[in-house]
Write a protein that binds this ligand. Structure first.
Ligand code: BGC
Length: 751
């Protein structure tokens, strides 16, 4: 069909129609398609679109966010969430929904960590793959995001993620690879940022070489909202659809490039065909909608919240609570729990059950047998568009915990937050239950968990450091350029190898019951182990398999997750769990995947401190040379943060910081970059900030996000997001560069 379209129409088809829809061309039989966020529930805005959760959306089930669901370590459950969101999407006429997000949690302060699964690529990838596969069963599409290396919110629209190839492959691309190969998503969203100097939207190697040719992706790539850098380079790279639409971004330049023979029309055909395929498939899927039961989805949201909660501490088996005990329910979050994060994933829930509605107010702290404090991070502490400033909880929340703990020795803390917090008070309380951001049924789930109707079975999907300073990237995160100095030593890969004590380890979580492991067997590359519930309650264990690679060659983490299974068990019940390892489990990236020769130890278990040595596997693999810079380097023996010089040696080049300079400002510069040097941009800055935050309460997450985003958006993104004319921005840019009258002429130009 695309070959019947005019060139201009094909270019137009590759640009959205408005904030959420693709362009329809009835004359070619192409309908428009509605997309919407997001990763843990739908945000369908029917009247006015925005990409920051500002305006109302149709009610939809708010499932627990990825920070919670990852702790379930349950692929099947993730599949059920995917299918439920897809059913709601179909019911609401949405052809593709924008999720899941699989970026790695590189640093605990990333404001958007709550939307992502894990610090571990294998776990993130596997959960995403199952979500996608099940969501797409009836033809509704998903969109894996944000591809790739989008690991900070600070200046997220134009930051440059600078990293070495091995780190890119082993840590940051792997979750996408697993999700793409295993889930076959219909679409992938390219990230805002650059990778080693090239914007993701223009990145041929990323979007075509790796994604399509290596991983076999045959769907469509769309931009994140406002992420298109150069539409011509985008077509060449295989970045098919520019979103949101309406700005006609660089369409005249594309036409000229084709006319001059600089851009092959076949590349536009290819993208137009992909857009067409996506919308036609969606139209087909929307004809045969599967049933959608919002009540059942609320129940599913409750089950997921129960399965995802992590019991971090339970001294004297104070939990579960007993019916006859007098309980005090303390803390603001009893009435107003934090159940989702702020930003584009913000959902208008179909219903919301607050903890106090199911638990009651209880008795006073002095009278109580057990005092339960519901606390965590308030919404203004974390959200899309800005990073956290520190890892502490608000002072008054800590004070509350400490005061209650003094008054009542049986204090239980329930934490609601989207990322780890420092917990200097942990030793003063008897139990800690981490709910993450548990979604709209979080209140009911909490009651069931506290009273033992549900048994906590979640395990942490990220490490909780004792203090922020322990994190290897603490001293250089975030900056305008993302300096990925710590290389592959992210999360537990670092804490293990540097031997740094942490508050709670990756993979840790307690249960009301107890599991024992027996009969580990290794047969070739098949590993099995038996797990038995020897405690008094029904429960589920997360069996984790790690491979401990040899340490005498190219530097490697002490252990890496390569398998997991969630096993529900009644008291006295046992089950044998089987894992099948493949070559990739043993491989490192060294100009290709290679398995270094040596002995690999297989560790299995449910507690990171008590893993069972199942045995060893000898690999007669390949010789992988030790890089010349490795001996004696930070990477061989990580300790604290790697210096700039260490990193440059590993990277193999000098780091050149990105700078913005008057006279050379481009459409990639933001108002923040330019305002110090240009009166026009100062006025713009003031105006845009005022307009963006009109009617929004200062200090809220939304306000912070709007201020940060409006000031750090590059001009080109402002143009795309605002659906505005190019000459307006080109004019202002010329003025900022000191060419006032030229700028004025551009501003006044029509068209
Ligand atoms: C976010 C995406 C989101 C899009 C549309 C962007 O700002 O980064 O995750 O899907 O907006 O709302």
């Amino acid at each position: 069909m695309a070959n019947k379209m005019t060139l201009k129409d094909k270019i137009t088809l590759c640009d959205g129609k408005n904030f959420w829809e693709t362009r329809d061309f009835p004359e070619y039989g192409i309908p428009s398609m509605f997309m919407c966020d997001g990763p843990h529930g739908l945000r369908k805005q029917e009247n006015y679109g925005d990409h920051m959760g500002i305006h109302d959306s149709r009610p939809a089930t708010c499932f627990p966010t990825a920070v919670s669901t990852a702790c379930s370590w349950d692929e099947e459950l993730l599949g059920q969430i995917g299918a439920a969101i897809a059913a709601e999407a179909a019911e609401q006429g949405v052809g593709v929904f924008l999720g899941p997000g699989v970026n790695i949690k590189r640093n605990p302060l990333c404001g958007r960590n709550f939307e992502y699964f894990s610090e571990d690529p294998y776990l993130a990838g596997k959960l995403a793959a199952s979500f996608i596969k099940n969501a797409q069963k009836n033809g509704i599409g998903t969109c894996v995001k944000h591809f790739a290396c989008n690991n900070q919110e600070y200046r997220r629209l134009h930051s440059d993620s600078i990293l070495d190839e091995r780190t890119l492959r082993e840590i940051y691309l792997t979750p996408f690879e697993i999700a793409v190969r295993g889930g076959k998503p219909k679409t992938v969203m390219c990230a805002y940022n650059k990778i080693n100097g090239t914007y993701c939207s223009d990145h041929v190697e990323l979007l075509t070489g790796i994604l399509r040719e290596e991983w076999g992706f045959d769907g469509l790539v769309m931009t994140d909202w406002g992420a298109m850098h150069n539409r011509i380079a985008g077509f060449r790279a295989g970045c098919d659809l520019n979103m949101p639409g309406g700005s006609n971004y660089m369409a005249p330049e594309v036409l000229e490039a084709v006319a001059r023979g600089e851009l092959d029309e076949a590349m536009i055909d290819r993208s137009a065909e992909r857009v067409q395929k996506m919308v036609l498939e969606a139209a087909e899927a929307l004809k045969n909608k599967p049933p959608c039961d919002y009540e059942a989805h609320h129940e599913l949201a409750r089950i997921v919240a129960e399965q995802s909660a992590v019991l971090l501490k339970n001294e004297d088996h104070i939990l579960p609570l007993k019916e006859e005990q007098k309980i005090a329910i303390v803390g603001q979050m009893a009435k107003n729990m934090r159940y989702q994060g702020a930003g584009s994933s913000y959902i208008n829930p179909t219903k919301l059950v607050q903890p106090v509605e199911v638990l009651g107010e209880g008795v006073s702290v002095e009278e109580a047998d057990v005092a339960v404090v519901l606390t965590g991070l308030p919404p203004e502490f974390e959200g899309e568009g800005f990073d956290r400033e520190h890892m502490a909880m608000p002072v008054e929340q800590v004070k509350l915990i400490e005061e209650v703990a003094v008054k009542n020795p049986n204090t239980v803390v329930v934490l609601f937050c989207g990322a780890p917090v420092e917990t200097p008070w942990a030793d003063k309380v008897k139990a800690i239950l981490y709910m993450g951001l548990p979604g709209q049924a979080g209140g009911e789930a909490l009651k069931n968990l506290l009273y033992g109707v549900a048994n906590p079975s979640g395990k942490l999907a990220e490490t909780w450091p004792v203090k922020y300073g322990d994190c290897p990237s603490a001293s250089y995160y975030p900056q305008r350029d993302g300096q990925y100095r710590e290389g592959i030593y992210v999360g537990y890969r670092y804490y293990d190898k540097a031997n740094v004590d942490v508050r709670w380890k990756f993979g840790f979580g307690l249960s009301y019951t107890e599991f024992i492991y027996s009969d580990p067997i290794i047969d070739g590359e098949n590993v099995s182990i038996t797990v038995t519930n020897v405690g008094p309650y029904a429960g589920a264990e997360v069996v984790q398999l790690y491979i401990a690679p040899p340490q005498d060659g190219i530097h490697r983490p002490l252990r890496e997750l390569k398998g997991f299974a969630k096993v529900p068990l009644q008291p006295d019940e046992k089950r044998t769990v089987h894992f099948e390892l493949d070559e990739r489990c043993f491989a490192v990236w060294d100009d290709g995947w290679k398995v270094p020769t040596g002995r690999y130890t297989i560790l299995v278990g449910g507690h990171p401190d008590h893993l069972v040595v199942a045995g060893t596997i000898e690999k007669a693999g390949q010789t992988v040379a030790i890089p010349p810079w490795q001996p004696g380097s930070w990477y061989e023996k990580p300790d604290g943060s790697p210096s700039l010089e260490q990193w440059e040696r590993m990277l193999g080049r000098k780091y050149q910081p990105s700078i913005s300079q008057k006279g050379q400002f481009t459409m990639n510069d933001s108002l923040l970059d330019m305002k110090e040097h240009s009166l026009v941009m100062r006025v713009m800055y003031w105006f845009v900030k005022r307009k963006a935050t009109k009617g929004v309460q200062p200090g809220t997450a939304l306000y912070r996000m709007l201020v940060e985003t409006s000031s750090t958006n590059p001009l080109r993104s402002m143009q795309i997001l605002g659906g505005l004319r190019a000459n307006l921005f080109h004019g202002l840019l010329a003025m900022a560069n000191g060419r006032f009258f030229h700028g004025l002429r551009l501003l006044l130009k029509r068209g």
